[in-house]
Write a protein that binds this ligand. Structure first.
Ligand code: UDP
Length: 458
């Protein structure tokens, strides 16, 4: 394990706090591990009880303290404003308790917790905002924050409010909330990620150089931002953190053995892996078309269908697909994507899933649903060219023929070769960014060095 601790005169003491979503907790846990491996003392406040942290994580050589906060799960909260206000109250109470007991140098907080900047400064800490989404999407939210976009953006609208650095010309490639109001208050919450950006001491993005450099540069002209990703367990990238094989905190229990044993019996590049992440609820029709399209493709597949969604699978499909399909409640996704039998990934384009596929060089079929997924899909298909679209831009109707066609495009022929070659290029770039001296690794080193310098000069 890398450890710069001995070289430091003072060990930086860093406190991190996350929002209660898998897609927000995982990248922050990974960032915490990197900080710890470089000699910082690290405490993570997670919104779930510490018993969800994997035993591996507790035992591993990377030393992190975990504190949990009760985010009020199960309460009857109706509006987005009330939900965020509840998080702010509960997280602030826990933060206060923790900082009164220990002296920290820096508070790193999720970008959707903008109160963290004022909280940190009030208690004598420097502050860092951690964006779990890419720069392209965050930049669009920044334009909303500045009042430069009138929402909802109508179909066919002129998109000249976007800077040249963001290559979007179709309304449905914007983040979903810009053209479709999901819940009142959602867009304000997303825009408010920037409400305290001018006062933060550091701003981090879970992205890496090579992916979206133009927009990274555009944002860098406004703040000093640092790319620190991809925040994927080290054993799937640079392998410098010896036992770092999973994120450490999983809200679902993976059917690990079942997936890997099943994959071990399959030929190389023969399996389609299908997952819609931790939150998506698909319409019945949508599920049916995916199911029958997969079956018609004649490919083997693993499909993650969370228990809460299982009733949408017909008995007929389950019976007919039994010899070719494995349906699981939750998979060890990184291990699955890294398995040689997996040839492609049908994904809802959550940012973590996208980064994982890029980091492991797996071509994708994109089936975005909402939030940032619509824009991630655009980048996957048109900018990075590591995937094909299953026709729809969001929850629009798809047919089983669309599904079968995209599976064939990604699994066979010259299209597959092109996608695979591009995917391997990004795998290389992701590895380079996180390896010693790579762009993200260097930014993490610089962050630690800046804390040491500022705490010795005060
Ligand atoms: N994931 C997993 N097993 C599954 C499905 C998803 O471990 O069966 C993980 C996946 O590796 C990713 C996270 O859950 O790290 C999902 O995050 P993402 O941002 O892709 O989507 P979200 O769940 O936030 O919509």
């Amino acid at each position: 394990m890398e450890n710069n601790g001995d070289k430091m005169s003072k060990k930086p003491n860093i406190l991190l706090i996350s929002l209660p979503y898998q897609g927000h907790i995982s990248p922050m846990m990974q960032f915490a591990k990197r900080l710890s491996s470089k000699g910082a003392a690290v405490t993570v406040i997670t919104p779930f009880s510490a018993n969800l942290i994997s035993d591996d994580d507790r035992n591993r050589s990377i030393n992190i303290e975990y504190v949990s906060y009760d985010h009020g799960e199960g309460q009857n909260i109706v509006t987005v404003e009330d939900y965020m206000a509840n998080i702010e109250t509960r997280a602030s109470e826990k933060l206060l308790e923790v900082v009164e007991n220990q002296a920290f140098d820096v508070l790193v907080h999720d970008s959707l917790m903008p109160f963290g900047v004022d909280f940190g400064h009030r208690h004598g800490l420097k502050t860092a905002i951690f964006f779990t989404q890419p720069c392209a999407i965050s930049s669009v939210y920044y334009l909303v924050y500045q009042g430069k976009i009138r929402c909802p953006v109508q179909e066919g609208a002129d998109l000249s409010f976007l800077p040249d650095e963001i290559p979007i010309s179709h309304v449905k490639d914007l983040p979903y909330d810009l053209y479709h109001e999901r819940y009142p208050g959602t867009l304000e919450m997303l825009a408010n990620q920037f409400s305290n950006a001018d006062n933060a001491d550091w701003i981090f993005f879970n992205t890496f150089l090579g992916l979206e450099d133009e927009v990274v540069n555009w944002l860098s002209s406004k703040w000093k931002i640092m790319t620190i990703g991809p925040s994927v367990p080290s054993m799937f990238l640079d392998k410098r953190l010896a036992d770092d094989r999973d994120y450490g905190l999983s809200l679902f229990k993976p059917d690990g053995d079942a997936c890997i044993k099943w994959l071990d019996g399959k030929d190389s590049d023969s399996v389609v892996y299908v997952s819609f992440g931790s939150l998506a609820n698909l319409e019945q029709d949508y599920m049916d078309e995916i199911a029958w399209g997969l079956l018609d493709s004649k490919c083997s597949f693993i499909w993650v269908v969370r228990d809460t969604e299982k009733s949408k699978l017909s008995e007929k499909f389950v019976e007919e697909s039994a010899d070719r399909g494995l349906i699981v409640n939750w998979s060890p996704q990184l291990e699955v994507l890294a398995h040689k039998a997996v040839g492609s990934f049908m994904t809802h384009c959550g940012w973590n899933s996208t980064l994982e596929a890029l980091s492991l060089g797996v071509p994708m079929m994109v089936v975005p649903q909402w939030t940032d997924q619509t824009t991630n899909a655009k980048y996957i298909v048109d900018v990075w060219q590591t995937g094909v679209r299953v026709k729809a831009h969001d929850k629009e109707k798809i047919t089983r023929e669309d599904v079968t066609k995209s599976v064939k495009d990604v699994m066979e022929g010259t299209k597959r070769e092109e996608l695979k070659a591009n995917a391997l290029k990004f795998k290389e770039m992701a590895l380079e960014a996180m390896s010693e001296g790579g762009s993200s690794d260097k930014n993490i080193d610089d962050f630690i060095a800046e804390i040491v310098t500022s705490s010795t000069s005060t």
